[in-house]
Design a protein around this ligand. Sequence first.
Ligand code: UD1
Ligand code: UDP
Length: 388
Amino acid sequence: MRKVLLIFGTRPEAIKMAPLVKEFKKYPKKFETKICVTAQHREMLDQVLSLFDIKPDFDLDLMKKGQDLYDITSRVLLGLRGVLEAENPDVILVHGDTTTSTAASMAAFYQKIKVGHIEAGLRTRNIYSPWPEEMNRQITGRIATYHFSPTKLSKKNLLDESINEDQIIVTGNTVIDALHLVLDQIRKNTNIQNDVFSSLVNVGISESKLESWISSERKLVLITGHRRENFGQGFENICLGIKKLAEKYPEVDFLYPMHLNPNVRKPISEVFLENELNNVVFVEPLEYLPFVYLMSKSYLVLTDSGGIQEEAPGIGKPVLVMRNTTERPEGLEAGTVKLVGTDKDLIINEVSSLIDSKELYLKMSEASNPYGDGFASKRIVEYFMNTL
Ligand code: UD1
Ligand code: UDP
């Protein structure tokens, strides 16, 4: 019996690790599967744990409002010392590029415990964009023994850093596994569709708006944002751009589920202090299932998120990315994703073009699936069956 400890802490890590947890748990004779959450996120993490029915064995419960990078790094390191000493797993698995995953990798390294890196090899090569994520994943990549790359391109990035080829496994991205899981549930189960509808009404979206998005009577622009490098002027520009677009297109709705970070919310409350536009709607972070449902009903997505850049191409939704760089060029190459930065006028022009030009819209909304087939978790577990 081999012991695997999965460590994660934020919403996107939980979404992308959930299918892997489920896959490991299918083989209780082969693997003792343990889960430790750092709770770098709290409410946004708990939403995902509850959806996928994951009960952590350890919860460091470290989220503090307004925590900075020193707080998170040091508290993950200190919190994991005892957990790793007590559990002494054969391998820990971490995900992507958060401070949780990098600090957890360091904590494991200090006890000479092997690290498997899920979603390995994404790179912009600019350590300040995204910040601190680019450096986080590079550090984790140096520490890791096993590298699970979502695409051939991410494998190549690791080969360029002299990582041994036999330690890199191309699996697809587990986010596509998670996406398939929830889309299947939504499609097959009308009770779930009704629950999703009710949960969206409960967060404050009117029934008539929802119905008009579902029937495509009104277009929905779905918006998310949270990148640290966009704090301040970047988010102010984003809000001003949304406001102008909402005035220009009263027949289009703009829905913004707001990240809980106060740096994201401040400019929203300043720019929309007296929000008299009934086609701009702000809501609390949505649970994953309702979010995916709305993404599937949206016209386009405006975001700075990493995960959404991977999900939206799979369901044929154009994504305008409010960043200057991306570590996910596969979506750009497929034509579904376009970088627009945080320049207000550029955001307005690019959204307008997609609303005004059917031809451009159709070109960008052709579904493509550069990030996998929904079997990434299966490949990762199979690998460990033969390796550990
Ligand atoms: C973190 C990750 C980022 C990832 C993002 C996903 C780091 C440095 N950043 O950024 O890579 O893309 O998560 O969303 O690892 N908050 C709550 N409740 C929550 C979550 C957040 O109140 O459930 C508020 C708190 O005030 C917290 C702040 O948001 O201090 C920022 O959270 P933090 O994890 O530091 O950064 P994110 O911007 O969420
Ligand atoms: N998401 C969600 N509810 C929301 C907004 C996003 O469930 O209100 C999901 C989204 O589908 C994706 C993930 O959260 O899977 C992305 O998280 P985020 O943008 O916070 O982080 P990133 O991917 O940029 O690290």
